[in-house]
Design a protein around this ligand. Structure first.
Ligand code: ZN
Length: 435
């Protein structure tokens, strides 16, 4: 039994949902020590809890740290089969980035974008000549900001897609799928959500985040990430009597910073190239501190980079006799690829769902972290699916409604394909087409 959609009504539901969710102020705050870091995330979680209940979902839980978990039982007819199937999860995050204001968001809908330059507030423009993906939206439907705030499609487009998929499943019990778990998490942007992840409550063995860019891009690989602190200490004396005695820690830190290869900085790299990024340099003659983040897709590459930082520190000591440089490296997250590769079905089903919709999915590396990386680390392999949003964390953020429709269809198809008979039926279909 394959799913059938009314695209126009699905699109208008997605539009209505995204605009309503964007109206809730859920900007997170990394200076706050609680999870969630802001009260607005509770408002959105409670709104979603009510909405999912009204859509017919019964098993819903809101945890003490603002994780909203809603479950749908399996619809597989043979109960022996149903029990053997893994629970499949779908996750989006409630908060929005603090880099740009997310308060009083006024989304603007273009139901049939004519390809013009879109003028927003304060001279901000969306120019298709500078944004090829925007140019490709001509004749399609999109939602953008009014130029004063971000849109919050990261990740409210993902939430709208998951809720719309849940609504579809609830209204179509004839579509066979395993037990499903829909998870809405707080504080993805601040990194303060996942440490409170309620793993003991989660049934999902495999999960998919909806937190990516444009269709048909998916992500199953991210950086290995370290944060590195280098502490320099010098020897201070009055400058008048300093000859041969003064060891200037501020200069040591500057010398160290100059050793970081400029060709391996974030501004000089993309694709699969990693980088060293100096985040902050501070200090005086007595002591100084360099704060860096280091990123690399491979473990060997990361070891080489950490080794290089250690070597730069020793080289600085050699140049400043009597001074010391101490390196402290801390793991932030690891590349989720290893865990996902260990469970090939997770991506196989995703690609099969794409093919069933006539889409050739494209794997793209994430040059950043994701909830999926942390979940994969916890033993729940979690690739990332597009939301349709672009230019995240900016006043020029926009989202393609067509991509949002595709995301819902993909989720429905994907859940269905976790039922083994569904996959073999699809194979038979492909075989009879090619025969
Ligand atoms: Zn996001």
């Amino acid at each position: 039994m394959s799913a059938i959609f009314d695209d126009a009504s699905l699109q208008s539901k997605l539009e209505e949902r995204l605009i309503r969710y964007a109206g809730v102020w859920t900007t997170s705050d990394k200076r706050c020590e609680d999870t969630p870091t802001t009260a607005g995330q509770w408002d959105l979680a409670r709104l979603l809890e009510k909405e999912l209940r009204a859509l017919g979902l019964q098993d819903i839980e809101l945890t003490e740290h603002c994780y909203l978990i809603a479950r749908l039982p399996s619809t597989v007819k043979e109960s022996a089969h149903a029990a053997a199937l893994p629970v499949i999860g779908f996750l989006s995050h409630l908060d929005t980035s603090a880099e740009v204001s997310g308060k009083d968001v006024h989304p603007i809908v273009e139901r049939n974008y004519d390809g013009r330059i879109i003028e927003l507030a304060d001279g901000v423009t969306l120019d298709p000549a500078e944004d090829a993906e925007l140019a490709a939206q001509k004749g399609r439907a999109l939602i953008h900001t009014d130029g004063g705030t971000l849109l919050g499609a990261d990740d409210k487009a993902g939430i709208a897609e998951i809720v719309s998929a849940a609504e579809y499943f609830s209204a179509h019990p004839e579509i066979e799928h395993p037990a499903l778990e829909f998870i809405f998490s707080p504080d993805e942007e601040t990194g303060k959500g996942l440490p409170c992840f309620p793993q003991h409550k989660i049934h999902a063995r495999y999960c998919y985040t909806l937190d990516g860019g444009g269709a048909p891009e998916i992500e199953a690989e991210c950086f290995n990430a370290y944060s590195v602190d280098v502490y320099f200490s010098g020897k201070v004396i009055h400058p008048g009597a300093a000859r041969g005695v003064l060891v200037n820690a501020a200069l040591m830190a500057a010398t160290f910073a100059a050793m970081l290869p400029r060709s391996e900085s974030p501004e000089a790299t993309d694709g699969y190239y990693g980088y060293y990024c100096l985040m902050e340099l501070s200090g005086n003659q007595e002591s100084a501190h360099a704060e860096l983040i280091v990123r690399d897709f491979s473990r060997e590459g990361m070891e080489r980079r950490l080794g290089a930082i250690e070597a730069f520190a020793r080289a600085v000591e050699a140049e400043f006799p009597g001074g010391t440089a101490r390196v402290e490296a801390k793991l932030s997250y690891i590349n989720m690829k290893e865990k996902i590769d260990g469970e090939p079905a997770v991506l196989e089903k995703l690609f099969a769902a794409g093919s069933a919709l006539g889409l050739e999915l494209k794997l793209k590396p994430i040059r950043g972290g994701t909830d999926g990386a942390r979940l994969s680390e916890l033993g729940i392999p979690t690739p990332n699916i597009w939301t349709g949003g672009r230019r995240f964390h900016s006043k020029t953020e926009w989202v393609s409604l067509d991509d949002m429709v595709l995301a819902v269809k993909l989720v429905v198809e994907l859940a269905h394909l976790w039922v083994p008979q569904a996959l073999s039926a699809l194979d038979d279909g492909v075989r009879s087409q090619t025969a």
